[in-house]
Write a protein that binds this ligand. Structure first.
Ligand SMILES: [Zn+2]
Ligand SMILES: [Zn+2]
Length: 309
């Protein structure tokens, strides 16, 4: 296969893959129009080669990719645990099945949300019904989780590929969890996670948080930065590992997002689970994150876009 030059919107490596992706994208649009893009029906027919294959990043940190997003189970198998984020719409069964395998029938002590985008809260209603446990999020994220606000719509004018182009089809509506969701207390303590602290990493959304454990410098970053070019369908499907800023089409405050990445880089994490992409560790993480923090304007911020000043 002969490589063709990138045309700026399609991040594909050659002609054949480009055709496959265009057909795929067209099918996807048809599917989305069929379900009229309501939140409950937003079962994205996109998946990655790693979907469903979880991995232990640490003995008590289990990362589960479902379709295009990661969930994180924190806790030693068989003991108390916490769930971070709630995955894609329609994924509750898989999330619960994995929990049962790892922790028996013991419900999590709480569910912590890094933020409220549809691909991080997709199964939350089903999980609350099943486990009846409290959900915590940053107080600045609560308007989107209690039915008061919608997120701004995705911006398809940022660069980066087919996921960006399909992003206007992604739901940006807030959800209403009512009294089931509570604000995190401001001192960084994470309910049920004694040796972890939460860090406000706004920019991608106003109340975005990451979670950090000082003892072994483990980081759960959410979408503050990710390890795959989330805008590129091709790279998402193959889960090509590459440090990247927050997903461009949904990020609304780029200067704050840069400050958040600097904050996380200063922690010098030894391992990171991000909202999208494969976990990253060691020297690869150290050098990539340093580069991202220094060159965020070149690597992460779109050349132009609705939310770029
Ligand atoms: Zn997000
Ligand atoms: Zn995300």
């Amino acid at each position: 296969m002969t490589a063709l030059p990138h045309n700026g919107t399609l991040y594909l490596e050659d002609y054949e893959e480009r055709i496959v992706a265009i057909n795929f994208f067209n099918r996807l649009k048809e599917d989305f129009h069929r379900v009229e893009n309501t939140f409950e029906d937003a079962i994205l027919p996109v998946t990655t080669i790693t979907s469903g294959n979880g991995r232990e990043v640490r003995p008590d940190i289990y990362c589960l990719p479902i379709q295009i997003v990661n969930l994180c189970y924190i806790g030693d198998p068989g003991s108390d645990w916490i769930l971070i984020d709630a995955g894609m719409p329609g994924s509750a069964e898989k999330i619960i099945e994995t929990a049962n395998e790892r922790f028996g029938s013991r419900p999590p002590r709480a569910i912590i949300l890094t933020h409220g985008h549809f691909d991080h809260v997709g199964a939350i209603v089903d999980l609350i019904k099943h486990w009846g446990v409290p959900v915590f999020a940053h107080e600045r994220e609560l308007p989107y989780l209690t039915g008061q606000s919608d997120y701004p719509p995705a911006d398809p004018t940022v660069d980066g590929g087919l996921v960006t182009e399909m992003s206007p089809l992604f739901p940006h509506q807030g959800i209403d969890l009512g009294e089931h969701v509570q604000p995190l207390i401001p001192d960084g303590v994470v309910p049920g996670m004694a040796d972890w602290r939460w860090i406000h990493t706004a920019g991608h959304t106003p109340g975005h948080i990451s979670l950090f454990r000082d003892k072994d410098r483990s980081l759960v970053a959410g979408d503050a930065f990710v390890t795959v070019k989330q805008e590129s369908l091709y790279k998402v499907i193959l889960q090509q590992r590459e440090i990247s800023g927050p997903p461009k089409y949904f990020t609304t405050d780029w200067q704050t997002a840069w400050d958040s990445v600097k904050k996380l880089a200063a922690l010098k994490p030894s391992a990171a689970v991000t909202g999208h992409g494969l976990p990253m560790e060691g020297e690869e993480l150290a050098s990539s994150l340093k580069m991202l923090a220094e060159q965020f304007d070149r690597i992460a911020i779109p050349a132009e876009g609705r939310y770029v000043q």
